[in-house]
Structures are given as structure tokens and as C-alpha cells.
Design a protein around this ligand. Structure first.
Ligand code: HSE
Length: 434
């Protein structure tokens, strides 16, 4: 059978890795796909020193790839929302299948892109868009298809996890670790996407859609970054038996779906609390299977290429199938997507870690306890660091039971009005993940 012809748009970290993996494992890949897979053309403005493209035709214009009649599968690895969207829509219009690692594009424009792809009977595959090399989209969309998914929670930004790990284990500064993540090719072009949780929210949006069968709704995700975390909170969390991770959480409740990315205290003995460096992990809880955990490299040249190439193989296998019988883009049939609403963060439920900087007076703890109890907030543990009294101020650290966020907001506002409380109250959400 004739080989399938692939065009690669973008020869950066992931593009270079994809070319190398397709070339190095060509024979093994052909045995899996049932036919050869050949890179027919590459679009790039800059050569990649880690990638020997040999005699493969190169163009500087990405649109040459989508207009090349020889090409069956367009691999979009340029990133961003604007040109990438034009490129993907043009590829679809020209009847080409698309493989992309672009989470921003899928999370923000996926509904429109999938509708166009359905019209044209082509596949848009996006495994590499979430958690790099971990085949978590395939696991949820296909492997867990018999389950009603209850919740999922993941460390889905390698850069952020790398920063938190290096800060905690080696005491390195935030800026220093971020620079290294950029040099290693983990960070986004705009690294605020990593540290402010936008990249994780893109990925969480995609996971939630395929888990619950809802349209992609990135604009409704709650996002909070890691830049304001302090070493003091990392250490207090440890003392209470927790680790702080930047977590994406999607949970189905009767009222709606929680979709939130924020720093989170997790019990230190959970497997996911021990996922370090650039590694990612996603826990998925289904009613039949219980809790499952998917772990692996969440960014980097060949781990991400692994997912891109798997999609190219999947598309190759499906080329001759009836478009109506393919795995739906968002796991559920497009006319069966649900309109279950995404909840605002104030309606989400979690436990909370609070750090209150209080004057070291008799009765302060009683006032704190009163404010919490008046709002029905149950305290699970409390720690007052007398040894750390400075300028007559003492940190009071407590962990609450689960409660709706609006009540904690009210309590924090009341605490901050107390004469004996100085500074803003630090609040970090806590998830037991059991
Ligand atoms: N910047 C992303 C991360 C790359 O650090 O996880 C992989 O999506």
C-alpha cells in the first residue's frame, strides 16, 4: 500500500521530535499502522539543530503544506490561536486530516474546528495537547468509555511542577528555575501561561469535555497561578502532612461542573503528591473503575512527539473507515453533548488551608473560631506557631472541612476586618483525592 504522506508545520521542540521519532521508528510504526508513514514536506523558518531533515522538502510557508495535494495528514505544531486556527481550518477545507499538539487552539476554538471537521469527514486528533506523552485523552475517551466519570484531577503543567519541585527540594528561586524550564523547551512562548495556570486551564478544559461530554468552555474555567506561593506556606503545608501542587480539578456535581486550576494542598502520601519535576499525572475517577492514575513526561521533545506520532498512526488506521463510525472528537456523539453548566468558583466546594497573621493576644483564636463556626465551617486542624512570634504577630494556620467557597470568602472578609488580624488571609484549597 502507498505510504501515508504527512506534512509537518513547525520544526521547533515538538516538530523536531516528531520528525526524529517518525524517522527512527519508521519500520515499527509501519508495522503498527499497516502502511508506511512518510514526511513529505516540512514548513519552518528556522532549521532545528537537533533534527537532520536530509532530503525532505522544506518550505517557509506553512500554507504550502495544507495546499500540497500529496499530503494526507497535516501536523500543526506552530502553536498560538490565530494563524494556527487559519491553518487548521484551511487543512480541513482541503479535506486533510489534522494532528495537533495545540491545547490553546483546541480549548478555545475546538467546538468550531470539530464542527467543520465533521462536515468534511476528517479527523482532528489532539492527544499531544494534554499532558505531553501520557495517552490520557485516549484513556478517558476510549479506555474508560463504560464509566460515568465523577472527577479528575491533574498536574498538567510540567513547567509549573518543575518550578515547585526545584523550589521545594533545592531552595532555588522562582525566576532561576523558570529560566531553566525555558532553556529546556518546556515553557510556553509566553511563560505566564505556565505560571498563571492558563496552559493548565486549556488542558483541563479539554479533559473535562471528554470526561463529561460537554462542549469546550475555556472561558468558564477558574484559574489561579503559583507565582504568589511562599516558602512559608510550602513549609507549613509539609508540617500538616501535605504537599502543594498546581492542580487542575474537574468535578461533576448535581448543580454543575467544577472546572478550576489553582495551587492545592494534597496529602503527602498520595501518589500524585509525589509527582515531581516536569512529570505530569492525571487521576480519573469513574463509577465502575474507581480511581485511576496516569503518569509520565508532560512536556519535552520526544515525549510530546510520542503522542503526536500515536495520533498520526491512529489517523492512518482510520483513513478508510466511515467518518460516522469513528471515535467522536469529544468522546461523546456531537448531538449528545450535555448543557450541564460550569459552576462559578464561588459555588465550588473544597477544604481550605488558611494562614492568618494575628496579633499575639488572648482571645484571638476564639474570635477566629467564632467567625468560622457562625458560617458553618468546621475546622479540621489548627496550628499556632508560637515559636515564630515576630513583632507581636503570630501565624495561625488552619485546615477546614469541605465547604462551598462563598462561605470561605465571607469568613475571610470577616477575619480581615478583625483588629487583631493584620495582612490578607492566605487561602489555599485542599483536596484529599480519595
Ligand atoms: N508548557 C507546557 C508545560 C508544555 O510545561 O507543561 C506542554 O504542554
Amino acid at each position: 500500500m502507498k505510504p501515508v504522506k504527512v506534512g509537518i508545520c513547525g520544526l521547533g521542540t515538538v516538530g523536531g521530535g516528531t520528525f526524529n521519532v517518525l524517522k527512527r521508528n519508521a519500520e515499527e510504526i509501519a508495522r503498527r499502522a499497516g502502511r508506511g508513514i512518510e514526511v513529505a514536506q516540512i514548513a519552518t523558518r528556522h532549521p532545528n539543530s537537533k533534527c537532520d531533515t536530509g532530503s525532505t522538502p522544506i518550505t517557509v510557508d506553512i500554507f504550502d503544506i495544507v495546499n500540497n495535494p500529496e499530503i494526507d495528514i497535516v501536523v500543526e505544531l506552530i502553536g498560538g490561536y490565530t494563524v494556527a486556527k487559519q491553518l487548521v481550518l484551511k487543512a480541513i477545507e482541503n479535506g486533510k486530516h489534522v494532528v495537533t499538539a495545540n491545547k490553546a487552539l483546541i480549548a478555545v476554538h475546538g467546538n468550531e474546528i470539530f464542527a467543520k471537521a465533521r462536515e468534511k469527514g476528517v479527523i482532528v486528533a489532539f492527544e499531544a495537547s494534554v499532558a505531553g506523552g501520557i495517552p490520557v485523552i485516549k484513556a478517558i475517551r476510549e479506555g474508560l468509555a463504560g464509566n460515568r466519570i465523577n472527577w479528575l484531577a491533574g498536574i498538567i503543567n510540567g513547567t509549573g511542577n518543575f518550578i515547585l519541585t526545584e523550589m521545594r527540594e533545592k531552595g532555588r528561586t522562582f525566576e532561576d528555575v523558570l529560566k531553566e524550564a525555558q532553556e529546556l523547551g518546556y515553557a510556553e512562548a509566553d511563560p505566564t501561561f505556565d505560571v498563571e495556570g492558563i496552559d493548565a486551564a486549556h488542558k483541563l478544559t479539554i479533559l473535562a469535555s471528554i470526561a463529561f461530554g460537554i462542549p469546550l468552555q475555556f472561558d468558564k474555567a477558574y484559574t489561579e497561578g503559583i507565582a504568589r506561593l511562599t516558602t512559608a506556606d510550602v513549609n507549613y503545608a509539609e508540617a500538616l502532612g501535605y504537599r502543594i501542587k498546581h492542580l487542575g480539578v474537574a468535578r461533576r456535581t448535581e448543580a454543575g461542573i467544577e472546572l478550576r486550576v489553582h495551587p492545592t494542598l494534597i496529602p503527602a502520601d498520595r501518589l500524585i503528591a509525589n509527582v515531581n519535576g516536569v512529570m505530569n499525572a492525571v487521576m480519573v475517577n469513574g463509577d465502575a473503575v474507581g480511581s485511576t492514575l496516569y503518569y509520565g513526561a508532560g512536556a519535552g521533545m520526544e515525549p510530546t512527539a510520542s503522542a503526536v506520532v500515536a495520533d498520526v498512526v491512529d489517523v492512518t488506521r482510520a483513513l478508510t473507515t466511515d467518518p460516522n463510525n469513528r471515535v467522536p472528537h469529544l468522546a461523546f456523539q456531537p448531538d449528545s453533548l450535555s448543557d450541564h453548566p460550569i459552576l462559578p468558583i464561588t459555588a465550588c466546594e473544597s477544604a481550605y488551608y488558611l494562614r492568618i497573621q494575628a496579633k499575639d493576644h488572648p482571645g484571638v483564636l476564639a474570635q477566629v473560631a467564632t467567625i468560622l463556626s457562625e458560617r458553618g465551617i468546621n475546622i479540621e486542624s489548627i496550628m499556632q506557631k508560637e515559636a515564630e512570634v515576630q513583632d507581636g504577630l503570630v501565624p495561625v494556620i488552619l485546615v477546614t472541612h469541605r465547604v462551598v467557597e462563598q462561605r470561605i470568602d465571607d469568613a475571610i472578609a470577616a477575619l480581615e476586618r478583625l483588629d487583631d488580624v493584620v495582612d490578607k488571609v492566605v487561602r489555599i484549597r485542599v483536596e484529599q483525592l480519595n
